[in-house]
Design a protein. Structure first.
Lengths: 703, 649
């Protein structure tokens, strides 16, 4: 794919001293390996050129797709200072169960913890829908005599003879990885560590991890599950990165190979197998990171990200500059991964989502999707149900030629299918039906935006909406109107915004442990010591990754709850801790915001400690353009576009995004077309192109 | 009612109602105090001003389905015109449509411009509401007076003023009162969240549109349900399921009869012929039985949203003074383990004939064990309640095995508690929490596996144990030729000379420090003839230890030899398997007719084991003393003839 023209170039601020690189080097490379495409984003630090390529992903050998993309971009790898990427390697391995032979070794009587789980199902009413089977089959889950109680006391000593016999069995079975998960090991890891030693003697080449090392937290299923994911992905991630690093080295790359993890940071190949569970959903965090970066660039500390593609939409939220994090996530229902992860809400609404009428004569939208194949009806590739893309075409919002003319859309077939499937049953005109399809799709997306905002106590009126992905900007302005979100930001390259996220993050590790104590009884010195222990471990990880001391940053968080309550809230604390009062006050305030009440008379309990260790990585500095241009430069004509609020079809101005300069302003109704996306500007919405070439839409009050 | 809203406004409001009810759930989950609620034993609803359910939460527990609107109506009936802005009500009365005392409901009327337009309901299972037994489950209760606090509709906020005196009086009758106030607050906040969201919708769309949408949502569900029902075969189907016994009587199963008629676009259920109410708390009130009918039916229409529109297509006849419609003041607190899940499973069986591709054999019965006493561990002087329920196996299905280790039917969203959390809170050390081998009922499609959980009681004083369960005799059954799973019961000090089988229902049994206990949850019943199960599937089950080599031979007629256990290397002996299967085919109907007293002798001699008794001979003993139960055996055998033997080739 070509590099973008002058208007679309970014510039660096003359950064030379880059992590792991040489002075001659000048490129930073970010890669987002998706299910269908591998996106490569290349940033030239000297002249600010940006190149992007899109190549088909190669799931059987994921590294190949990356190399293909790099070849296509013609980047000399010897001149690359930084390579960072998000990958679906972990997700795919888990979902397909193509995992290395892995055993679980556990306390006698607890072999089935990971199969019993918490016993729930996501689909309460469908007796034929099951939770996926565990990652380790029952035959490979073995027990050993040992027991530790809730307080860390040894109830039954580890039977070392049995442990050795068990090691011999695992050896015989050729196990490549082992998860050692004992009851209450968070309170005393002694037995797990001893078991590990014994197994290491029997299986010197296997990847062995213990639950207390992976996640020293209470609740056996959650800890075991995280450890099992870590164990099965350790060898997967290790092999994958070794291979990829080898290929990159062959082509002359000498720096670190960075991998994005779910917590919104990167890891190096050196540490990745130790916390392999974190790359279980490596790529998905990238969009949220870009959202946060772009919103801050535009001066917003509160933002929601809307990444809408062909089949689904990913939604994320940043509040006061921090991306919302959750510890409640999983690749498949029932198998939690308890490392902090950027909270992403994914819903089945995309350009290819199908509109249909159910038995109750209600108009529905999604979650079924025509996807890329056969795709929407207007692609003329065999689609038979009307999709959002078809509706947008009928409404004139999409041009009949997209991707710079590479694809022609057949408006007639879109009209025909909408008329037949939706308009006739409801006695609508075709255009009314198309408009209804989009309104239902928008309502579904608004529900998702509400889930992540209103439901958590955030007021959308204080947020900006960052819209990207192929279809985000087609819908964003109307969503913002509905939600009373005042501002919509559309970044310059919506289609590769996620990939860019990989260049915008720091190395990050999160360490946590369960620590139960009454805030009135706990000694600050004890707490300080616990934090120092965690920090020492964290620092070690950063050192293994060659992070210079001046780039290290350590943050502390305290998890608290009201005595008697079941869920806890995490709040930041100072380093070193001077007093707990501030943290307690923050806790009350956060409780008030999230749950609409706080009770200052009620006792507060500490539940856990968390340390985030950050190794800062220099970020590209994007060039500012003088805001001197005029929208006229990008004006290419007018087209009839349907807006219900304007009473029907109205003449909308059409702009070519590549030619709109910084400082341009114009009013809706308008359509902005670019290679990989289309921006819909409804009547009453005013647009300004900012100094970074972002489109800023200001949404007036509705009505 | 005709349709007036355009399709977009309707779809938007319908989804918005579901969204606001789910927001209420989120609020409760994050702020509640009862671990029972935290484990998801709660539900929320938006009702219209007449108390009809407009929307219920998508993740709500089945047992509350079809009962919340009755509580809303009870409030309306009690207070009539005296319902004012700022009022909030509390109710837990099973005799006015509730379920049991622990299910405490907060009801908030929503006003707009001085007019009541809706009611927000939040129902949570409080961990204790008083009474003689910790956790408020007195299995021996004959009437409700000793069971716990009965709360008929009461204003807990009166025109915005919190009635602290009333609240204090209520929780003063409960264990750990401050936690109950925490639950009260959490549920009240949830109804407020619902109110705020609803009023936003009213501001945006106008009152008339929202009220119109209330009606159209109910009409919509009715329309969808009727459309689906009209396509089904018409006719009448009948079956019977059983509660183990009336403890006052002893031998003899307690029948619950269900007759279903599909006529036009409606479904009628007639439970006439069900036994009269019994002398323990496994009876069900009318509201709870209606819930079982609605929830059982809903399982065959998983996509239909839940609201009053669904109740319009389902009609139920519940005989007065029966085990499925017990009158005040008969004890009904254990209804879930008793009549409730029997009705559900019976309905599943009936629907398995109507829609065979969704068939479902019987699933394990809800069970819960309570140990309460004084925690005497270091630094501790608290009253503890170890209140434990297990996952179990669900019934075999027409195209696959039943699901292993899943929450009970009365609420498949109910999560089991982490043992590490329990050990921190109570002086009970869990010694095992694992799949029970051979617990899945044999079948062409095996029932899902149940779980075995055992423990030891540590430093404590005044400790007592109670158990609320069933299906120790009316054992979880198979269909279309499938076989039963295993009987429930708690064993005290298993494997020692002090071993005692305590059965499936008992209260306040004294427990000493150092006593151990264990109990299984049943697997699901099998579906289809086990002799027709693919031997390869049996082999995989043996490798994973879901089925033992011995039961593979006895239940499935599959002969498996162990080559190398370390390498999981097992093989099927095909020739021997053919022979064995022929042998079983030839003899099994004879076995089912063998003289029960003679079969019992073989069991006492150790010639056959308990699973042989049940699965092969259909003989049921009193597991406590191994006495034959002749009447129970007769009924159990009749059941096996009808559900299993009739399908054997």
């Amino acid at each position: 794919m070509s590099s973008f023209n002058k208007h679309e170039q970014f510039n660096a601020n003359g950064l030379t001293k880059i992590m792991g690189g040489k002075k001659l080097s000048k490129y930073r490379v970010a890669v987002d390996v998706g299910g269908t495409f591998t996106d490569v984003f290349i940033f030239n630090e000297e002249n600010g050129d940006i190149k992007v390529t899109k190549t088909p992903s190669t799931p059987s050998n994921p590294g190949q797709g990356i190399l293909n993309g790099l070849d296509k971009a013609e980047v000399p790898l010897s001149e690359v200072t930084l390579f960072s990427h998000g990958t679906t390697v972990g997700t795919n391995a888990l979902i397909t169960r193509r995992l290395p032979p892995t055993a679980l070794v556990t306390t006698e009587g607890f072999r089935d913890v990971i199969e019993i789980r918490r016993s729930t199902k996501p689909d309460l009413w469908d007796a034929y829908k099951d939770v996926a089977p565990p990652y380790i089959r029952r035959r490979d889950r073995l027990e050993v005599k040992e027991r530790v109680d809730y307080d860390g006391n040894i109830v039954t000593p580890l039977d070392e003879e049995e442990a050795r016999q068990l090691g011999a069995v695992l050896k015989k079975r050729g196990m490549e990885a082992v998860a050692i998960c004992f009851m209450n090991s968070y309170a005393n890891p002694e037995h797990e560590l001893r078991m590990k030693e014994i197994l290491q003697e029997e299986l010197p080449d296997a990847f062995i991890c213990t639950s207390a090392e992976v996640l020293p937290e209470i609740f056996e299923h959650e800890r075991f599950s995280t450890t099992v994911v870590n164990a099965v992905l350790g060898p997967v991630a290790g092999k994958y990165l070794k291979k990829l690093t080898g290929h990159l080295r062959e082509k002359g790359y000498q720096g670190e190979v960075l991998v994005l993890h779910c917590g919104g940071g990167v890891m190096t190949a050196e540490t990745v197998s130790q916390c392999a569970a974190r790359i279980a959903s490596s790529g998905i965090a990238a969009g949220a990171i870009s959202t946060s970066y772009i919103a801050k660039l535009c001066g917003y500390q509160n933002a929601m990200g809307l990444d809408m593609g062909g089949t689904s939409t990913d939604i994320s939220l940043m509040y006061e500059g921090n991306i919302r994090i959750t510890k409640d996530w999983a690749i498949e229902y029932g198998y939690p991964i308890m490392f902090p992860s950027i909270e992403i809400l994914t819903i089945g609404a995309g350009g290819g989502s199908e509109a249909w009428i159910d038995e109750g004569k209600s108009l529905r939208n999604g979650p079924q999707s025509a996807g890329a194949d056969p795709g929407p009806v207007c692609y003329n590739k065999g689609g038979t149900m009307p999709t959002n893309t078809d509706a947008n075409l009928v409404l004139g919002r999409l041009n009949t030629k997209i991707l710079g003319g590479a694809i022609s859309l057949d408006k007639e077939s879109a009209e025909k299918v909408i008329a037949e499937k939706i308009a006739q049953p409801f006695n609508f005109s075709t255009v009314e039906a198309a408009n209804a399809i989009i309104k239902v799709a928008n309502a579904n997306m608004c529900d998702a935006l509400k889930l992540i905002s209103v439901r958590r106590g955030y007021d959308p009126r204080e947020f900006a909406l960052v819209a990207f992905g192929g279809a985000g900007s087609l819908h964003a302005a109307h969503l913002a109107q509905e939600m009373e979100i005042p501002v919509v930001i559309v970044p310059p390259f919506p289609g590769i915004t996620s990939a860019m996220g990989c260049l915008l993050v720091d190395v990050r590790h999160d360490l946590s442990k369960t620590y139960l104590a009454d805030v009135n009884k706990v000694k600050v010195e004890d707490l300080e010591r616990e934090y120092e222990d965690l920090e020492a471990q964290a620092q070690k990880l950063l050192e293994e990754e060659n992070t210079p001391t001046e780039r290290m940053q350590l943050l502390r968080f305290l998890e608290m709850r009201y005595v008697g309550q079941w869920r806890s809230l995490s709040v930041p604390v100072s380093r070193p801790i001077n007093s707990l009062e501030e943290a307690i006050e923050t806790f009350h305030n956060e409780h008030q915001r999230e749950y609409a009440f706080a009770n200052r008379d009620q006792a507060v309990q500490i539940y856990g400690l968390h340390v985030a260790a950050i190794g800062t990585v220099p970020k590209p500095n994007l060039k500012k353009y003088p805001k001197e241009g005029s929208a006229k430069e990008g004006f290419i004509g007018t087209r009839q576009v349907y807006f219900e609020e304007a009473g029907g079809f109205v003449a909308a101005k059409i702009y070519d995004r590549a030619k709109i300069p910084a400082g341009a302003t114009f009013e809706g109704p308008a359509i902005v077309e670019q290679l990989d996306s289309t921006v819909v500007v409804p009547p009453g919405v005013s647009v300004e192109v900012d100094e970074y070439l972002n489109i800023i839409m200001r949404i007036g009050k509705r009505g | 009612m005709t349709r007036q809203l355009d399709p977009v406004t309707f779809e938007v409001l319908k989804n918005a109602f579901a969204n606001l009810v789910d927001q209420m759930a989120e609020q409760i989950l994050r702020t509640c105090y009862s671990f029972v609620i935290y484990s998801r034993d709660f539900s929320n609803a938006l009702c219209d001003a007449q108390g009809n359910t407009v929307m219920q939460g998508t993740q709500d527990i089945a047992v509350h389905v079809g009962t919340l609107h009755l509580t809303a109506k009870a409030v309306l009936e009690t207070f009539g015109d005296d319902i004012n802005p700022g009022d909030v009500f509390i109710v837990n009365d099973p005799y006015t449509g509730g379920t049991h005392f622990c299910d405490t409901r907060i009801v908030r009327p929503v006003f707009y411009d001085g007019e009541m337009i809706a009611m927000m309901l939040s129902n949570g299972h409080w961990a204790d509401v008083g009474g003689t037994v910790p956790g408020s489950f007195d299995v021996n209760a004959k009437n409700h007076y000793g069971e716990g606090m009965r709360i008929t509709p009461v204003k807990i906020w009166d025109r915005g003023k919190y009635r602290f005196d009333v609240a204090n009086m209520m929780v003063a009758n409960m264990r750990i009162p401050e936690e109950r106030l925490g639950d009260l607050r959490a549920q009240n906040e949830a109804t407020r969240v619902g109110e705020t969201q609803l009023l936003r919708l009213v501001e945006k769309y106008g009152k008339d549109t929202v009220l119109q949408a209330f009606n159209e949502c109910q009409d919509y569900v009715e329309r969808v349900a009727k459309a689906k029902i009209s396509e089904l075969p018409q006719g009448t189907w009948e079956t019977v399921d059983y509660i183990d016994q009336d403890p006052e009587v002893g031998d003899g199963l307690i029948p619950i009869k269900v007759k279903m008629t599909i006529e036009g676009d409606k479904i009628n259920y007639d439970l006439t012929g069900s036994h009269s109410y019994i002398g323990c708390f496994l009876n069900s009130g009318g509201g709870a039985s209606l819930s079982a009918i609605v929830a059982g039916t809903k399982t065959f229409f998983p996509d239909i949203p839940l609201n009053a529109g669904f109740y319009r297509v389902v009609n139920a006849v519940l005989p007065e003074d029966s085990v499925v419609n017990a009158p005040w003041p008969v004890a009904v607190t254990g209804f879930c383990s008793g009549a409730y899940e029997k009705i559900m499973n019976a309905i599943f069986e009936l629907w398995s004939h109507v829609i065979p591709e969704r068939a479902l054999a019987c699933s394990f019965n809800l069970e819960y064990l309570l140990i309460g006493g004084w925690d005497k561990r270091q630094d501790s002087e608290n009253f503890f309640m170890w209140y434990d329920w297990m996952a179990g196996g669900h019934g075999g299905r027409s195209s696959k095995d039943g699901s292993n280790c899943t929450a009970p039917l009365f609420g498949v969203g109910l999560s089991v508690q982490p043992c590490e959390g329990q050990e921190r809170l109570s002086p009970v050390l869990t010694t095992s929490h694992c799949i029970a081998t051979d617990s899945g009922g044999p079948g062409k499609y095996r029932g899902g596996c149940g779980v075995e959980k055992g423990g030891t009681v540590l430093d404590s004083a005044g400790t007592v144990m109670s158990y609320c369960c069933d299906r120790g005799r009316s054992i979880t059954w198979g269909i279309f030729g499938g076989l039963p799973s295993i009987p429930h019961s708690v064993r005290l000090n298993p494997g020692t000379d002090k071993e005692r089988n305590l059965g499936t229902i008992f209260s306040n049994v004294p427990i000493n420090v150092g006593d151990s206990f264990t109990r299984p949850s049943a697997g699901g019943g099998g579906l289809g003839d086990p002799i027709e199960r693919d031997p390869k599937a049996v082999l995989e089950d043996v490798i994973d230890g879901y089925v033992s080599v011995e039961r593979a031979r006895k239940d499935y007629g599959v002969i498996i030899s162990v080559i190398d256990e370390d390498l999981c290397h097992y093989v099927v002996d095909e020739e021997e398997t053919d022979k064995k299967r022929k042998y079983i085919r030839t003899n099994r109907k004879v076995w089912l007719a063998e003289e029960p007293a003679f079969v019992r002798e073989k069991y006492l001699d150790g010639e056959i084991d308990q699973l042989d008794l049940i699965r092969r001979y259909g003989v049921i003993l009193d597991w406590h003393n191994n006495e034959l139960l002749p009447e129970t055996t007769r009924e159990f055998r009749a059941m096996l003839q009808k559900r299993s033997a009739a399908y054997w080739a």
